[in-house]
Design a binder for this molecule. Structure first.
Ligand SMILES: [Zn+2]
Length: 291
């Protein structure tokens, strides 16, 4: 009981700190605020994904002509990462919010060295300022996803229309850089969907065709006023992973890709080694399903 109280108090403190100091960053482990069903990642799947699955070409792929070798699909040639094990028992989705930034290139270098795919929830403002960084993320085989255009929570959470307009603006930026075919239905609410400011908008966002993803672990790089050292970020990651490891098949780790988060770059390699030692396989959220 005492442990529960302390944990609750810690979360409240963490949330309070963040509400005070992290106007453009995430507050805390949002899934803890609204307990999700056992085994759930608090991941939402919407009509967009369902209809997307149905929009695959009917009738299968065209057969190659006799003597002709079928060309590998774009997807097969695009992924530089190890083949996914369909029977993987533990899956980890690394996510980086609020980028791209001056640290993006170094994050990509670590991910390439470790052969780990990740999901980057980018901001349209930063994408417009540095389209080459967005392109570098996609070219490296990672998933670029939508985290709103402005991240101005006091404006975008005024109404569902305001929120959807801002999300669409970010989608427009992504399309302008990566092409009109690039999927932009994957969304993360600034501050997380369980934040009371945006709880009311979840259904509207789903109805508009977006899937949204929160997180159930983090390295705490946006939780405090004081900058955490790489060692402190690692300790916070281990603390939150220990909370879900063994209880959940999948973990979504929240980290940030902003100009001040160089310590996230510095701890990323150790973080990946640690997660691998626990048996996690890394994937992007592209095909993540609700459980
Ligand atoms: Zn954010």
């Amino acid at each position: 009981m005492r442990g529960l109280f302390l944990k609750t108090a810690a979360l409240c403190l963490s949330l309070a700190l963040c509400l005070v100091g992290c106007s453009s960053s995430e507050p805390t482990i949002s899934i803890e605020a609204t307990p999700a069903p056992a085994g759930s990642l608090h991941v939402m799947q919407t009509q967009a994904q369902l209809s997307g699955a149905q929009s695959q070409p009917l009738g299968g792929e065209a057969s190659p002509l006799p003597g002709e070798t079928p060309a590998p699909s774009a997807e097969e040639t695009a992924s530089p990462f190890p083949t996914e094990n369909p029977d993987a028992e533990k899956i980890c989705y690394l996510t980086f919010d609020d980028g791209p930034s001056k640290n993006t290139e170094q994050l990509l270098a670590v991910l390439a060295e470790k052969q780990v795919p990740a999901t980057f929830f980018i901001l349209g403002t930063n994408a417009d300022a540095h389209p080459e960084r967005v392109k570098a993320i996609a070219d490296a085989g990672h998933l670029v996803a939508n985290h709103s255009y402005s991240h101005k929570t006091d404006e975008i959470y005024q109404s569902l229309d305001a929120l959807l307009a801002d999300i669409q603006k970010c989608a427009d930026s992504i399309h302008a850089i990566l092409g009109d075919d690039y999927p932009t239905d994957l969304f993360r609410f600034p501050t997380g969907s369980t934040n009371k400011k945006c709880r009311d908008y979840r259904e509207g966002v789903k109805a508009a065709g977006y899937r949204y993803f929160d997180w159930n672990a983090l390295n705490g790089d946006a939780e405090t006023h004081e900058k955490r050292s790489p060692e402190e970020l690692m300790a916070r990651l281990q603390e939150t992973i220990e909370d879900v490891d063994g209880r959940k098949k999948e973990v979504i780790v929240l980290m940030h890709d902003t100009n001040s988060k160089e310590n996230t770059v510095l701890m990323l390699s150790d973080a990946i080694d640690y997660l691998r030692s626990l048996g996690y396989e890394f994937r992007t959220l592209k095909n993540a399903q609700m459980h």
